[in-house]
Design a protein around this ligand. Structure first.
Ligand SMILES: NC(=O)c1ccc[n+]([C@@H]2O[C@H](COP(=O)([O-])OP(=O)(O)OC[C@H]3O[C@@H](n4cnc5c(N)ncnc54)[C@H](OP(=O)(O)O)[C@@H]3O)[C@@H](O)[C@H]2O)c1
Length: 255
C-alpha cells in the first residue's frame, strides 16, 4: 500500500525516544521531512543525527512544550525549516511529580493545553498543506475506571483531548484537514515508564501484561504504525476516529 507520505512536511513532538521516535522513523522511511523537540538535548540530537545520516531532512531543538514562548518560537522555526506543514502529530506527555491542585494544573498544561496551543499555531499552515492531517496520542487511561492513583489526572486530560480532537475533526472538515487520535494501552520501550515498572514493580508489570488479550505489552512500533497510517493520505476518508492500539485491553464493544 502506498501511504503517500513522500516529501510531506511533518512535525511530531517528543521525538527523542519511545512512541514519538518510532513515528518519526516511519515518517523518515516514507520519505518525509521532519521536525521534532524534547527537553533532553543529547537523546534528541542522537535521533536527529541518525535520520540525517540516512539522507532525511530532520530538524529539532531542545525545549519544554509547557513554556508557551519557547514552544511557539520552535514551532515557527520548524514551519520555516520545513517550508510549510502537511502533518502534525502531538505526542508529548511528561510524568508529573507535583501533588494536589498543582498536579491538576501541571497535568492540564502537559496533557491538554499544550496540544491545543500547538494546534492553533498549526491550523493556518495545515490549511495550505497537501492532504493535511493531525493525529493526537491519547491513552486508554481516558476510558478506564481502574487507573492507578497516579493516573487520575492523566486519564481525565486524555479524555478531554479526545473530546477536543473529535470536535475539531468536524470543524476542520470544510478545510479538508483530517483529525484523528490513537489511544495506546501499556507500551514497553527503552527508557519508558513500563521499563521502570518492570524493574521496580514486577507485580504491577505482570498485571499490565494481563489486560491485553495477548498477555503482553505493546511496542512503540505498533503504535507508530497506526499513527503513520492515520496521518497519511491513505486514510483520506477517516476523520474523528480514535483508534485503540491496546491488544484488546478495553473489554467493550467498539460500535
Ligand atoms: N508508553 C505507554 O505505555 C503509553 C500508553 C498510553 C499512551 N501513551 C501516550 O503516548 C505518548 C508517548 O508516550 P511515550 O511512552 O513514548 O512517552 P515518553 O517515553 O515519556 O517520551 C515522551 C517524549 O516527549 C519528550 N517530552 C516529555 N516532556 C516534554 C516537555 N515538557 N517538553 C518537550 N518534550 C517533552 C520526551 O523527551 P524529554 O523527556 O527529554 O523531554 C520524549 O521524547 C504520550 O502522549 C503518552 O501519554 C503512552
Amino acid at each position: 500500500m502506498e501511504l503517500g507520505l513522500d516529501k510531506k512536511k511533518v512535525i511530531v513532538t517528543g521525538g527523542s525516544r519511545g512512541i514519538g521516535k518510532s513515528i518519526l522513523q516511519n515518517m523518515v522511511d516514507e520519505g518525509a521531512a521532519v521536525a521534532t523537540c524534547a527537553r533532553g538535548e543529547e537523546a534528541l540530537n542522537a535521533a536527529l543525527e541518525s535520520w540525517r545520516a540516512s539522507g532525511a531532512k530532520a530538524y529539532g531543538s531542545a525545549l519544554d512544550v509547557t513554556n508557551e514562548q519557547q514552544y511557539s518560537d520552535w514551532f515557527s522555526q520548524s514551519l520555516e525549516q520545513l517550508g510549510g506543514l502537511d502533518v502534525f502529530v502531538s505526542n508529548v506527555t511528561s510524568r508529573i511529580t507535583t501533588k494536589g491542585n498543582q498536579r491538576w494544573q501541571d497535568t492540564f498544561e502537559v496533557d491538554l493545553m499544550q496540544h491545543i496551543r500547538a494546534t492553533e499555531l498549526a491550523i493556518p499552515y495545515l490549511k495550505q498543506g497537501d492532504n493535511p492531517s493531525i493525529v493526537y496520542i491519547s491513552s486508554i487511561a481516558s476510558v478506564m475506571t481502574t487507573n492507578m492513583p497516579t493516573e487520575t489526572e492523566y486519564g481525565v486530560m486524555k479524555a478531554a483531548l479526545i473530546s477536543y480532537a473529535t470536535q475539531l475533526a468536524t470543524k476542520l472538515g470544510k478545510d479538508n484537514i483530517r483529525v484523528n487520535l490513537v489511544s495506546p494501552g501499556p507500551i514497553y520501550h527503552d527508557g519508558g515508564f513500563w521499563q521502570m515498572v518492570e524493574k521496580n514493580q514486577p507485580e504491577l508489570f505482570t498485571r499490565a501484561k494481563a489486560v491485553s488479550v495477548f498477555n503482553r505489552l505493546g511496542t512503540a512500533q505498533e503504535v507508530a504504525n497506526a499513527v503513520t497510517f492515520l496521518a497519511s493520505p491513505a486514510a483520506s476518508n477517516i476523520t474523528g476516529a480514535n483508534l485503540r492500539v491496546d491488544g484488546g485491553a478495553i473489554k467493550t464493544v467498539n460500535f
